[in-house]
Write a protein that binds this ligand. Structure first.
Ligand SMILES: O=P(O)(O)OC[C@@]1(O)O[C@H](CO)[C@@H](O)[C@@H]1O
Ligand SMILES: [Mn+2]
Length: 437
């Protein structure tokens, strides 16, 4: 039991405290104790199982370097399990100074005592460093095999949603109700996340039929506000930003939403924010975005092929643009964006609405704090407000805001694990805009 000598407290997370493995009765502790080591073990297993294929693709030297990589991943796992301090990143990438300066500023630097967000982001950045320090595997994405197989596993759900979207592109529809339906399908797509389900992929093929019955699990539903903001004809901006989360089926639901916004003229351009390094196992990089479009283009299913062609044209015509920025793979929460990445904050100010997907983005929006659940969203955002903000998030950890009084207590009484199952979701909106000059 290598956590016996860790100076942690056997309590739940105190109100307004930062989530941390320091509180033993928390999902943060469980993540650092169990989940992160399991993710590293899974990565090692996948590299061992695929070493011949990787050698084929990356050359003989890669097979040699894989031995070093596997050793380094095992070392990282041991550091986490034995609560070692987070070490400086030693590669020379564009984000390294920001990472190391940030680490210097942290009072608690060991994995179990640091802020959970920092420790978890750090682990993924250390995984990236291990590949950056090789010669032949610098561009290798250790999560690509898992991201690709997750897409295949959910191909039935992708096909079904393709058919639905294509049929709706022509028939006259009730735009508002169709938008809100697509918004909720998009929300539930966030359940498909490999770092959370440890590789077990949700079967989301029946979500169409059960969407109405899932309404009860949306514990904060600002869909009407989202509709008003998106459909606001007086808005000067014709840009809508989407900050992505997971690849696979979730990305497909994001592209369906992005298509709807363009085809119903709610925006002239959609800016799609992706990660610049392999992140939280299933998060989208440009390579995953391009791979997904390629799958659609190569599909034998006519609706999927049609969407692949339609969406490739959006990219070629720059109606959809991919935005890469290091900020999204830093440990910084979004209250620090204005000071750390002012140009990014100002870019988001150009948007009519900024949609954030998933749980990690939600944690960064709320500053990884264990707020009183009925705390208004604009308080929890701590001044982050480049534009109107929308969050589509399935609840995967013990952090939430904007709930009506009594809702959290009722949920805890009904299901003590309600915050860490991904079975509940929020569609939340905040228009407390704070522009940078
Ligand atoms: O950001 P997502 O993909 O929706 O959620 C993924 C995830 O952030 O959920 C857990 C709790 O936040 C993390 O440990 C895990 O990696
Ligand atoms: Mn994710």
């Amino acid at each position: 039991e290598c956590t016996e000598n860790i100076p942690i407290m056997d309590i739940i997370t105190p109100r307004n405290a930062s989530l941390s493995g320091f509180y033993k009765r928390s999902f943060a502790y469980f993540t650092i104790k169990e989940r992160l080591p399991r993710i590293l073990t899974q990565s090692i297993d996948i590299l061992v199982r695929n070493k011949d294929d990787i050698g084929e693709e990356y050359g003989e030297k890669a097979k040699q370097e894989l031995k070093t990589v596997i050793g380094e991943l095992s070392k990282l796992k041991y550091e986490i399990q034995t609560n070692k301090p987070m070490l400086n990143i030693t590669s020379n990438a564009s984000d390294v100074k920001l990472y190391n300066d940030f680490l210097t500023q942290q009072p608690n630097k060991t994995y179990f005592t640091a802020v959970w967000l920092h420790a978890e982001c750090y682990m993924y950045r250390r995984i990236r460093e291990i590949f950056e320090l090789t010669e032949s595997l610098r561009s290798y994405d250790p999560f690509s095999i898992q991201k690709r197989s997750a897409y295949e596993t959910n191909s039935a759900a992708v096909l079904q949603l393709s058919k639905y979207l294509v049929s709706n592109l022509t028939d006259p529809i009730d735009t508002k109700s169709e938008f809100i339906k697509l918004l909720k399908l998009n929300l539930w797509g966030n359940q498909c996340d490999l770092s959370f389900s440890s590789g077990i992929v949700e079967d989301c093929s029946d979500w169409f039929q059960i969407l109405d019955s899932m309404q009860a699990n949306i514990v904060s539903d600002h869909s009407e506000d989202v509709w008003s903001a998106v459909s606001d004809a007086n808005a000067t901006s014709r840009i809508i930003d989407i900050v992505l989360d997971n690849s696979g089926y979730e990305l497909f639901t994001d592209l369906c939403l992005a298509d709807f916004l363009i085809s119903h003229k709610f925006a002239d351009s959609i800016r799609i924010y992706v990660k610049t390094i392999p992140w939280f196992v299933s998060d989208v990089m440009t390579s995953d975005f391009n791979w997904t479009l390629q799958q659609l283009l190569n599909s034998k299913e006519k609706d999927m092929k049609y969407l692949g062609q339609r969406w490739t044209k959006y990219v070629n015509d720059q109606i959809w643009t991919i935005v890469e920025h290091d900020f999204f793979t830093l440990p910084h929460d979004y209250s620090l964006m204005a000071s750390t990445a002012p140009a990014l904050y100002k870019q988001m100010q150009e948007a009519k609405v900024v949609i954030f997907k998933g749980d990690l983005n939600y944690r960064k929006l709320l500053g990884e704090k264990n707020w009183e659940p009925s705390t208004p969203c604009k308080v929890a955002l701590q001044g982050f407000g480049p534009s109107k903000i929308v969050t589509l998030r399935t609840v995967k950890c013990q952090l939430i805001c904007g709930l009506e009084p009594g809702v959290a207590e009722a949920l805890s009484a009904k299901d003590p694990e309600w915050e860490t199952t991904g079975k509940y979701g929020v569609i939340q909106y905040c228009d407390d805009i704070r522009k940078l000059e």
